[in-house]
Design a protein around this ligand. Sequence first.
Ligand SMILES: Cc1ncc(COP(=O)(O)O)c(C=O)c1O
Length: 272
Amino acid sequence: MATLGLPDSPGVPAALAQLTLTVPFNDAEAAAGVFRRRGDEIAAVIVEPYVGNAGFIPPEPGFLAALRALCDQHGALLIFDEVMTGFRVAAGGAQAQLGVRADLTTLGKIIGGGLPVGAYGGRAELMRLVAPEGPVYQAGTLSGNPVAMAAGLATLRETERPGFYETLERRTGRLVAGIVDAARRHGVPVTTGHAGSMWGLYFAPGPVRNFSQAKASDTALFARWHRAALARGVFLAPSAFEAGFVSSAHTDGDIDFTLAQLDAALGEARAR
Ligand SMILES: Cc1ncc(COP(=O)(O)O)c(C=O)c1O
């Protein structure tokens, strides 16, 4: 299995880590090199199409298509982890937005409407391998939990309202543009990005194309900004390496309030 863009985790046992090959995100050449050397052994490539677990890193044009082509050439599966991007970047996830189709897709979070749920899906011939039709047994105590399913269905119905994604994207764009503006006024280099309702920022001049570059951002400033924002009633994710999300429950007034507090918090964080 080749994993892309995921940070090394000290919690993963070495014996399991040895079964994976890790390649930097947005480096199609490195992925091609791994396939050249170990292509026969690679069962699948799993990747977040927009990396949210290192902040927010968009795929560069052609990167995901290159992975698709490598998987096709070598008979490997392409798995998109759309746990963050699913129903956020677009109704059809990052793959609908970017036009690259994965063989298997993982989903979570948003499809539970706030309740715990995860799901995966894929091409019919792959899904037919899963129980009860196929030999791959899969079941769980809470699988298909009716309360989580009802909440998820209600959430998905909300997303089908006309203009839902347009409003969400506009508000997310306003939030990000306002933060860029505040950073400029405070003289802080910032790199931001957003897709649909997913957004992120690094206190770095950028560009940020992978986790190594994300780690080079000013995480100490982020930590001070986070604390100052929290004291002002705005709860950012408590890590410089987490994406942010705008919810359909956030109003334009919420965005105004948030921007005012984040602006003031940045001034406080810089002064310390
Ligand atoms: C992109 C991504 N994939 C997978 C997971 C894991 O999901 P779960 O905790 O539901 O197993 C997370 C959790 O935050 C995630 O952000």
